[in-house]
Design a binder for this molecule. Structure first.
Ligand SMILES: *Cc1c(COP(=O)(O)O)cnc(C)c1O
Length: 368
């Protein structure tokens, strides 16, 4: 059976090899007689799944020893509260707003600390990133928050900001929900990274948090215990029952990522090359057409989420119907920006992007 190409922004497509392995292991995981869903999270079977997932992510993303890797629940939106509960110390936090997600984050944080928007591209409809030398960072901020890939607006940081070079000692918090494990991370510039799994890692339900150890242990007293990073870290993410099945699928995805090859590159560098090639193919097709356009500055276009518009919007429905007929699914844009959006995460093969590009050209020719 060949499956359609699924361009959903999230929950999103998973590598077919991962789905097949999960199917094969559904009723009996490795001779245990149990589905992973039926195991005690404290039994040796699940502990081995958990430990392998953690070790594989650490190896894949080259996470330094002084960072903890936590598997939590609540998604990116819960982290918008959990981060200030743990890091703000009741003081202040600075936010750079580059799209819907960082805007949501700064609004939620206002419940817990003194928030300043240090830079925003709202007046440019979130189609660019604010130049670093315009960021107004406060000396006493407990942390600086950015969203490194804005899933709705299609804006991505191609390099993490070096806050020290901007005169700030605050830890950088990154929401990397929608491009986690699609490219390497420079951990020397990061204090904490969080991301829901359902874009690039696995099913909804598990949230990955990578946090520098010195940031643990400063939570506000009202912080729920299950959301206190130190409690979660001290209990190897098992203070409460973790989302076991989602962790298992994420673990299979990490193994799949480790096996990636592209020329001499392996693992995360290989998937990064693969992602860059897919994005280039799609943006080139959009830029060279008369019918479609993308509004984002070329230097910060997302490799993962490609919003695009038809110059003649009255053809939107016909475009989507034709796409569906060709097994190209979930291309409708987010309701807040309209148009189309192709999410081309790690699991989208080059053949899927090629099929989309072929369709874009065919549709344009038909309606020229
Ligand atoms: C999807 C997404 C979220 C929200 O994740 P939930 O799991 O729905 O809470 C947060 N940030 C970014 C960048 C996202 O893409």
């Amino acid at each position: 059976m060949t499956r359609p190409f699924n361009f959903s922004a999230g929950p999103a497509n998973l590598p077919e090899a991962v789905l097949k392995q999960a199917a094969a292991e559904m009723l009996d995981w490795h001779g245990s007689g149990m589905s992973v869903m039926e195991m005690s999270h404290r039994g040796k079977e699940f502990i081995s799944i958990y430990e392998n997932a953690e070790a594989d992510f650490r190896e894949l993303m080259v996470v330094p020893k002084n960072f903890k890797i936590l598997f939590m629940q609540g998604g990116g939106l819960a982290e918008n509260a959990i981060v200030p509960l743990n890091l703000s110390r009741g003081g202040s936090a600075d936010f750079v707003v580059t799209g819907s997600w960082s805007d949501k984050s700064q609004k939620e944080a206002r419940k817990y600390c003194d928030v300043q928007v240090s830079a925003t591209t709202e007046s440019r409809a979130f189609t660019s990133l604010p130049p670093l030398d315009t960021w107004q960072l406060r000396r006493d901020a407990s942390y600086v928050h950015i969203c490194t890939n804005e899933t709705i607006h299609g804006v991505e940081f191609q390099e993490l900001p070096d806050l020290r070079a901007l005169g700030s000692d605050a830890p950088l918090v990154i929401d990397f929900s929608s491009h986690v494990a699609s490219r390497p991370v420079d951990w020397s510039r990061v204090g904490l990274a969080f991301g829901g799994a359902q874009k690039n890692l696995g099913p909804a339900g598990v949230t990955l948090v990578v946090v520098r150890e010195d940031l643990l242990g400063h939570a506000l007293s009202v912080c729920p215990s299950a959301f206190n990073y130190k409690t979660v870290a001290d209990n190897e993410s098992m203070y409460n029952t973790p989302p076991t099945y989602a962790i298992y699928i994420a673990g299979l995805t990490f193994q799949w990522l480790k096996q990636q090859r592209e020329g001499k590159a392996t693992g995360i560098k290989a998937i990064e090359k693969h992602n860059a090639a897919k994005a280039q193919l799609l943006y080139d097709a959009i830029d060279s057409s008369q019918l479609y356009f993308n509004k984002v500055s070329k230097d910060c276009r997302s490799r993962m989420n490609v919003p695009f518009f038809l110059r003649d919007e009255s053809r939107n429905d016909a475009f989507l119907a034709g796409a569906k007929a060709r097994d190209l699914l979930q291309l409708k844009g987010h309701k807040s920006v309209g148009g189309m959006r192709a999410s081309i995460y790690n699991a989208m093969p080059l053949a899927g992007v090629q099929a989309l590009v072929n369709y874009l050209q065919e549709f344009e020719q038909k309606h020229a």
